[in-house]
Design a protein around this ligand. Structure first.
Ligand code: FDP
Length: 292
């Protein structure tokens, strides 16, 4: 089944946003070949190119904002929320290319999007949908509009076709952990020690979207914690943690900043950071229960 068919029955404006993002992601998946290199440098064809993440950001702004599919657009690459002329009240927060420092070594990166109505500076549990696309050996799109989490794969005809409907989080013991161990806060150290003692295997690629995708399918927990020097961690609440958390939550998992359900946090600014623990309910209950 094609993505457009699967989206029948949802509000038209929401379905169009998901399809718009899917279209841009097709350009991005082709763009890895044509947009190699960094800003001010030549690509493999000798053309001057923008950095891949900047180029991807421009594509999303054009396709979703300037064409009126959304009214509000907050991008990790932009300092302010952008407002566009649109008949809808939809807002998106987008990380156009998460994990982009891994492009130079050809590892999986992805696009993360949260969808809200009436603005973007809202808690994650007010989202009306979220999605991500990962550009790995295959280009895979995962979306939820609040009614199950569904996975599509880009086929050789350039169409996203259904791979798996109603994903539920796996039950294996896997652990992805960011930040340097010698900067861990005591309660986080305790959490990691308990998981290791329980036989959790390490899985960490350095691309948040890809790491969470693995946890979603296989099970376990991904964490980029607060650490000495940055008690609110590294990852962005609005562009990374909340949309991925919303998806994992819809698939039967949970997300926390270590203290509370991360989806209840009201962001104060678009660039706000959050420590993140994302995965199975068991692991999230464990971190929340450890005294701080
Ligand atoms: P990147 O800087 O490559 O875009 O927040 C972005 C992110 O990658 C995440 O995808 C990843 O989990 C994290 O940063 C890795 O950061 P460190 O290498 O600094 O641990």
């Amino acid at each position: 089944m094609h993505l457009s068919e699967h989206l029948k029955g949802y509000d038209k404006d929401l379905a169009e946003v998901v399809l718009g993002i899917a279209e841009v992601s097709k350009d991005i998946s082709r763009g890895f070949i044509t947009h190699q290199g960094k800003a001010q440098s030549d690509n493999i064809y000798g053309e001057q190119q923008a950095r891949m993440d900047v180029w991807a950001d421009e594509l999303f702004i054009k396709k979703l904002g300037e064409s009126g599919l959304v009214r509000y657009l907050a991008s990790e690459e932009q300092p302010e929320v952008m407002e566009f002329k649109s008949d809808t009240d939809l807002g998106i927060s987008i990380d156009p290319l998460d994990g982009s420092s891994l492009l130079s070594v050809n590892l999986t990166v992805g696009t993360i999007v949260g969808i809200q109505r009436g603005g973007v500076l809202k808690p994650g549990n007010e989202m009306v949908g979220a999605m991500y696309v990962i550009y790995g050996p295959l280009t895979v799109l995962v979306y939820t509009l609040g009614n199950g989490v569904h996975e599509f794969v880009l086929n050789s005809d350039g169409e996203f076709v259904l791979r798996k409907e109603n994903l539920t989080i796996g039950s294996e013991k896997r652990l992805g952990q960011g930040a340097a161990r010698n900067t861990y806060l005591p309660f986080h150290e305790e959490f990691i020690s308990r998981l290791e003692a329980d036989g959790y295997k390490i899985r960490f690629s350095g691309s948040f979207v890809a790491d969470v995708h693995q946890i979603l399918h296989k099970g376990g927990v991904f964490t980029y914690p607060g650490y000495q020097g940055s008690e609110r961690g590294k990852l962005r609440l609005l562009f990374e943690c909340a949309p991925m958390g919303y998806i994992v939550n819809q698939a039967g998992g949970a997300v926390s900043d270590g203290y509370v359900d991360l989806l209840t946090i009201q962001p104060q600014s678009i660039s706000e950071l959050a420590p993140v623990y994302i995965g199975g309910k068991r692991e999230i209950e464990l971190i929340q229960g450890i005294p701080k």
